[in-house]
Design a binder for this molecule. Sequence first.
Ligand code: ATP
Ligand code: ATP
Ligand code: MG
Ligand code: MG
Ligand code: MG
Ligand code: MG
Ligand code: MG
Length: 265
Amino acid sequence: MANSKYEYVKAFEQPDILLPNTWIVIRIDGRGFHKFSAKYAFAKPNDRRALDLMNAAAKAVMSELPDIVIAYGVSDEYSKLVTTIASTFTAYFVHLWRDYFPDLQLSPPLPSFDGRAVMYPSVQNLRDYMSWRQVDCHINNLYNTTFWALVQSGGMEAKDAEKELAGTVSSDKNEILFSRFKINYNNEPEIYKKGSVAFRDYELVEPSSASEMVEEDSAKTTEQLELSKTQQEKDRKRRAKARITIQHVDVIKDEFWERRPWLLS
Ligand code: ATP
Ligand code: ATP
Ligand code: MG
Ligand code: MG
Ligand code: MG
Ligand code: MG
Ligand code: MG
């Protein structure tokens, strides 16, 4: 293959360098899952099997790629990172499908996921990103729960339910759920209300001493980054061994992060 007249095309490969010392978030998203969920008759608004399958695939990806801290990566080459994560996730999603949908066989068009990389320079930015996703989860789920209650239990047409909900705020939706359907939104499953956080579990820090352990988010010099290479390798091995857990907890408040200082330091 070497030195053929065609080799110049290799030069078209651009490095896609991400900034060092930043938090890299890889967000993956199912392609055309609106249709996909209809094809396999997912329960609305939340199909528990599908969520469990997504979580199992996420967990498998994290076991295979130890650099991922909390379903988010740290590395240098973003196209490789994005493609590796998106394709590994897709592979596990397909592989694990039978465990969650034993009576439904997958057929083309097969599920796939897109991936995008975003760099966040500070812990605060990263935490705000996580908070943004969790707030989004809550808002969408409250809407969807109310919408599907109106349709499934209230016998409304989809477009009428949509009209009914237009312009309502959270308290209105809670009220509709409670007064018309005896549903207390607070009692809905945490996995629907809060989503799923996958992370490596070490020993929890006691809440009292937790705040002292959170270090200031300081920028490191290139030299410091070089010096910490061996430490990084050690950390990587430790991460590869750690148990991965999936929890449906609040990641907006400080407590989650303060009790798990290894995640963001
Ligand atoms: P795109 O390819 O642009 O991402 P999409 O059809 O996947 O298009 P999204 O905005 O990603 O659109 O929305 C995903 C859709 O998949 C949801 O709106 C919902 O209808 C469906 N869906 C995904 N997971 C579940 C689930 N666990 N239970 C029920 N429905 C689900
Ligand atoms: P990376 O994750 O960085 O891509 P890699 O281990 O996949 O690392 P590559 O440079 O991509 O390394 O090389 C792929 C290697 O996989 C080849 O060197 C070869 O050893 C092996 N390989 C791939 N496909 C085949 C095949 N069909 N038959 C035999 N060996 C193969
Ligand atoms: Mg989506
Ligand atoms: Mg989308
Ligand atoms: Mg999608
Ligand atoms: Mg290769
Ligand atoms: Mg390869």
